[in-house]
Structures are given as C-alpha cells and as structure tokens.
Design a protein around this ligand. Structure first.
Ligand code: G3P
Length: 224
C-alpha cells in the first residue's frame, strides 16, 4: 500500500489529518523548518505527540560536503524515532548516499528534477526518491512524466527504491502520480485539505439530512 505523508512542520494540522487519513508519517525540509521557526528536535517531538505510535520521519541534512553529510546522517539516524535521512541528489549527495548505505542508514534522495537524478540515486542505493512534481511543472516540464519514467526504470532494473513524490499544488497532480503505482507521496497541508473540497459533496450530504428530517424528524436510521 502507498505510504502517505504530510510535508509540514505544523503539528496541529498533522493531528487533524491523522484522524481521517492513514498517515505513515511526516516529511520536512530545511525551508519548511526555517519557516516554522522550530528546529528539527522540537518539530519531531511535536509530530510524535500528534501522531502517536511509531511514525516515520524524513529529515534533511544541511551539510554541504560528503563527509559532513555522512556525519550528519549518522546523528539524524540516532534520533529516537524511525528516521529517514534526506540527501539532495547532487554529485556530492550521491557520493554521500553510497557511504550512508554502507552503514545501513535509510536514505531518501531529494531535490529530484530529472529522470537521470532519480535513476542514479536508486542505483546508489537510495531507499526513497523524491521528484518535485509541481516545481518541474512550474519550469514548463512535466512532473508526472518524470515520475513515470523513474518508476519505469526502477521496474525494469528491479530496483527496490520507492518513489516518494513531493511538491504538489493540486490534487490532480497527486492523483496522476499515485495512478503510476508509486510507493509513497507527501502532500502539503493545503493540498491534503483539497482532498475533501469537492463543491458537490456537502450539498449532497445536506440534502440527505433534509429529506430524512422531513420524513422521520429526529429519529435515527435504526429507529425508523
Ligand atoms: O521537500 C520537498 C518538497 O516539499 C518541495 O515542495 O511545495 O516547496 O515545491 P514545494
């Protein structure tokens, strides 16, 4: 089954959506944490409280050298949660991923804008690949096509990496990539909220209530 994440540092939103969605956990990135003004440790604690049980968290290294990324990944990996270390799929990042995998660290290759980045990261052993669907679309690319091509290469090469698609502006983009059979997706909170926002739904529910009340007043179904 697909793993569903929220891409946020907002624990209140995570608590809300955890009640109605089967969340695997939460993804963050340095920009999300910087905007929230909360560090990683505080965010993880709040998310753990919001989710309960054993959620999976994806947190990104901010080091910029191979040695620095690997050392930082070890520290992230030792946090008392189920951690996945996010590493940008750059030349330096891929070198770091190869070393991290030798140490058994679970890794997500992030900032993927091209098919080749995703494929090479998978060959280097990344467990997850995060193509940025909306950011690709916003550059006149085709985010869904990039995801489809990466998934094709994973299948053809029997690579175990899961695509964790990221960067969405609307539900259409999310549904299109989910239809490709990807392993995971992370949604920003506003896009998750759009999941329930079809304008015809609430009027339909209201009509049921009105019809029922006219016929049976305040009786419940099993009392009628
Ligand atoms: O973590 C990467 C992803 O969150 C990027 O999303 O909305 O900033 O394009 P966005």
């Amino acid at each position: 089954m697909i793993e569903l994440y929220l891409d946020t540092a907002d624990a209140v939103a995570v608590k809300r959506f955890n009640q109605c969605l089967p969340l695997t956990g939460v993804t963050t990135n340095p920009s999300i944490l910087a905007k929230s003004k909360q560090g990683l440790n505080e965010t993880l604690k709040n998310m753990q409280d919001a989710l309960g049980e054993t959620p999976r968290f994806h947190a990104q290294v901010v080091s910029t050298t191979v040695e620095g990324m690997v050392a930082e990944a070890r520290q992230i990996n030792e946090l008392p949660y189920d951690m996945v270390v996010k590493v940008p799929a750059t030349e330096i990042g891929l070198a770091a991923i190869k070393l991290m995998k030798k140490e058994g660290i679970t890794v997500l290759a992030t900032a993927i804008y091209t098919v080749q980045q995703g494929f090479l990261a998978a060959l280097c052993g990344a467990d997850y690949l995060a193509p940025y669907v909306n950011r690709i679309d916003a550059m006149n690319g085709n985010g869904v096509e990039v995801v489809a091509d990466i998934q094709l290469l994973l299948d053809q090469n029997q690579l175990p990496a899961k695509i964790l698609a990221a960067s969405f502006k609307n539900i259409q983009q999310a549904i299109e990539v989910m239809k490709l059979g990807i392993g995971a997706i992370t949604l920003p909170v506003d896009v998750a909220a759009q999941m329930f926002a079809h304008p015809a739904v609430q009027p339909a529910v209201d009509q049921f209530s009105q019809d029922w009340e006219e016929a049976f007043a305040d009786k419940l179904s099993f009392e009628s």
